[in-house]
Design a protein around this ligand. Sequence first.
Ligand SMILES: [Zn+2]
Length: 194
Amino acid sequence: MTELVFGILMVLGCAFVVTRAVIAPPSRTRRAYRLWAVPLFTGLGLAFCSVSYDGVRPPGWPALIYVDYVAVVGFWAGVLFIPAHLSAGWLGWPKVLIPQAFRDSPSWLAEGRLARADRRERKRFGLPPTDHLVEILEINYDSGTDEPKRFYAATCDECDWMEEAETIDPVAELRSAAAKHTTNVAQDVVVKHY
Ligand SMILES: [Zn+2]
């Protein structure tokens, strides 16, 4: 019985991944992702169907040998295509795995090179390292007492950079901290309530 429940959960999980591979938003590596994800997770799903069925199979009912074959072939086909996804992502090759609309966009390697060159360039002109959009947030939340609590933080839209205010002039403090990260700080303070 546990086997059956486990099998159903696995099949649902696999169906989820396969659906995601099919409906994922257009991107440079979507085709390469589908190429391995669909056969691999279909294979896993079928394998668990077959194992679960075996667990509850009444005597005299046939085993699902052909389902097992398809599952094994699907799984290994998927495994074999994973390097193709990595190669398409990092190197932009083979081209056939990259949709026409994305052929001219840089590979992951080229993206890294461009970002590093951009940083060097900005440094040469005495600019902060990025032009990421940074927002200053005023966060109000219910502390459980009569007095509502409030604090200020600055967050970057495009990377992990963030800063919390510690002084009595939080907005000015965060503006000057953000100016060391980017040339692009939003004008208005964003007020949030929780
Ligand atoms: Zn950033």
